[in-house]
Design a protein. Structure first.
Lengths: 352, 317
């Protein structure tokens, strides 16, 4: 008897079964679909671009203290108060002041700046306050300058963050959705049970990956639409290029998931392996902050990790509008990781 | 019918699990299951039953030996065999959040021909659970689902590995009924169990397996008859001295073919209980011994196992 229709095909049935199992698990739906959105909101709000707050300056009591404070307070950029030196030091230490000024009159005015040179705010305070006081004292600029403030989509933290979160979602999805799911079925002896039927193994693996891609498409779409509606995040590059990268990334991490799951016999083993894979990338792949902050010496290693080329490529396309063709190295790395992991995963795969 | 009319044939089956020391789970096992019969593979836990069955099912590779299923061999016709056999593994947890119907539909899609999910549910009386999630089924219902999944491809040969283990008596009876019906459909069934009375009721023939070998083969009746008596008289006395004396001399009672002591009970294998009982009671009256308990019953496959191995089967689930 021949097959009665598409609905009876094992690939369709296996994929449907995977999707039903997933959608009937409220927690899984939360972590995959809702959690990334919460992360976008939380980080987007926490790191939104704000006007720089007034520089907080304390001035030690002394001859010129009052006049310096009055001069600074005429500008909205400064918030100056006068107090004794020990109180001033305390505020400086606890971060409630950015700069402390001593202004002795011996015999001409002289300013002494106390600040923490490793704190960006302190350094900024020192330079702006100095600049202001020098001009007040009559200094003239040697060169004419003009300030051009920038606040366009594409330059904000949220624009930087969204490609990172896309990459993180693809990594988590591949490892959990493929790796964890397979080991879970192996433990329940469901893999063995499938093997005891005439089911083609390729159908089973294809169904796992197919259902993964369908979940990923929903997840990515939700994140992009949400970021667009609430934060105005848009891609400067083509969405086709973004979609291609997401497809490649999803397959890459499906391959890594398969490799991680190929032999693991217990939930503990697979969880450990998954963390081993994911932890370095949570930190070193530029999800939340640029990898350029790491020392030069580790850069070549970071650049070779599976998630880095993906996030780099997504970011370059979305923030700079680059085409996929000029990202050959990234794409080649993604394909190489995915291909190698699929190959080894299939080679080592254990059904029971 | 094919000329052979043999559903399963295996010869010289050996399976050694590598390790230090290597474990020899199956040691030269021969078996022949005829078409249409319900064949029971019995034995205690660790006897090698499951290993044997998994080799026959093509899930494990034998270290050596020859296996033929429905006239085919795994190496040459694996897929063809898979289409014609149905399997219920010892413990499979189907997906918790799929319904009974969805589970059966999924497995049905793997086979070229087979039953409709509704038919399979009807065979195991799960129709009213069609839309229930697997996780909400009772233990017995889950086992019935496993049997339904095994039957979904309408197999010529059914393997059921410990289908009733761990179930309550009611569920066991229900499942036994289902297995009996299977047999009436002309299907060959290979059943493993360590419930001997179940095997007696369900199986046409049984093989008792111990330490990876078949130690007895035949119909349950034949095996019991080989004990020398189809009845058992069990009794106990309060004094240990008396116990010893009876153990030595019990054999001389009329109609008794065997005598042994186990768990503080004296077991007599008996041909005719109405002959031995008056003699036994007379004996007690003359010597003024006190009888603590006395039971007579039909001999079972359990007794066969004890006779063959000198130890009881053990009844761990």
């Amino acid at each position: 008897m021949s097959r009665r229709g598409l609905g009876d095909h094992p690939l369709v049935n296996l994929t449907l079964a995977r999707m039903r199992e997933f959608l009937r698990e409220p927690e899984a739906v939360f972590w995959v679909y809702v959690f990334p959105l919460i992360l976008v909101v939380a980080l987007g709000v926490a790191f939104r671009n704000r006007p720089v707050e007034a520089v907080r300056v304390v001035i030690c009591e002394g001859a010129a203290a009052e006049s310096v404070a009055a001069a600074l307070n005429r500008s909205p950029r400064f918030q100056a108060t006068v107090c004794d030196e020990s109180e001033g030091r305390r505020r400086l230490r606890t971060g409630r002041a950015d700069l402390m000024i001593r202004a002795p009159m011996v015999p001409t005015p002289r300013y002494e700046y106390a600040f923490d040179p490793t704190r960006a705010e302190s350094l900024l305070a020192r330079n702006t306050v100095d600049d202001f006081l020098q001009r007040e004292a009559g200094r003239r600029d040697a060169v004419e300058v003009a300030d051009l403030p920038v606040d366009e989509p594409g330059t904000r933290y949220i624009d930087f963050l969204v490609p990172g979160l896309l990459g993180m979602g693809l990594m988590g999805g591949g490892l959990w959705g493929v790796g964890f799911a397979i080991v879970d079925m192996r433990i329940r002896k469901l893999l063995k049970r499938y093997l005891a039927t005439p089911m083609k193994r390729i159908h089973f693996l294809a169904a796992i990956i197919l259902s993964r891609l369908l979940f990923t498409a929903t997840e990515v779409l939700l994140l992009l639409v949400f970021a667009r509606l609430f934060f105005g995040v848009a891609s400067l590059g083509s969405y086709l290029a973004v979609a291609m990268l997401i497809l490649l990334g999803a397959l890459e991490f499906a391959g890594i998931g398969l490799l991680v799951a190929s032999r693991a016999q217990t939930i503990e083993t697979v969880s450990g392996l998954m963390n081993l894979v994911m932890l370095p990338m949570w930190i070193g792949s530029g999800i939340f902050f640029s990898t350029e902050r790491f020392p030069e010496s580790v850069q070549p290693v970071l650049a070779l990790m599976p998630l880095n080329p993906l996030i780099h490529a997504l970011r370059t396309v979305m923030l700079e509008g680059t085409s996929l063709w000029s990202l050959g190295t990234d794409v080649a790395l993604i394909v190489a990781w995915g291909g190698a992991c699929f190959f080894l995963g299939l080679l080592w795969f254990r059904w029971n | 019918m094919r000329p052979s009319a043999v559903a399963i044939r295996c010869a010289g089956l050996r399976k050694v699990y590598p390790g230090r020391p290597p474990v020899e789970a199956v040691r030269g096992l021969d078996l022949e299951v005829r078409e249409g019969e319900c064949f029971g593979l019995l034995g205690p836990n660790g006897a090698g039953k499951t290993t044997t069955v998994e080799i026959l099912e093509g899930l494990l590779e034998a270290t050596s030996g020859d296996v033929e299923i429905l006239g085919m061999r795994w190496a040459q016709s694996g897929r063809a065999i898979r289409e014609q056999i149905g399997i219920s593994l010892q413990e499979t947890k189907f997906s918790d959040k799929l319904t009974v119907r969805e589970t059966l539909t999924l497995f049905r899609s793997f086979y070229r021909t087979g039953l409709r999910p509704e038919e399979a549910m009807a065979r195991v009386s799960l129709e009213d659970k069609a839309d229930t999630w697997v996780k909400n089924l009772s233990g017995g219902q889950k086992q019935r689902l496993a049997v339904a999944v095994a039957m979904i491809g309408d197999p010529a040969l059914l393997f059921l590995d410990e289908p009733t283990t761990g179930l309550d008596p009611h569920s066991r009876r229900q499942l036994a009924e289902i297995i009996r019906e299977c047999r009436q459909h002309g299907r060959t069934t290979l059943l493993t169990t360590h419930y001997m009375e179940e095997a007696e009721r369900l199986c046409d023939r049984v093989a008792i397996v111990d330490h990876g070998q078949v130690i007895a083969l035949g119909t349950p009746r034949e095996l019991i008859a080989r004990l020398g008596g189809e009845h058992v008289v069990e009794f106990s006395v309060e004094s240990a001295d008396v116990m010893r004396e009876i153990a030595e001399t019990g054999q001389r009672l009329p109609s008794v073919t065997g005598c042994r002591v186990e768990d503080g009970l004296i077991h007599l294998s008996v041909i005719e209980p109405h002959v031995v009982l008056p003699a036994l009671l007379d004996w007690f009256r003359q010597r003024q011994w006190r009888l603590a308990s006395l039971v007579t019953r039909h001999a079972s496959l359990d007794d066969v196992f004890v006779k063959l191995t000198g130890r009881p089967m053990g009844t761990n689930p």
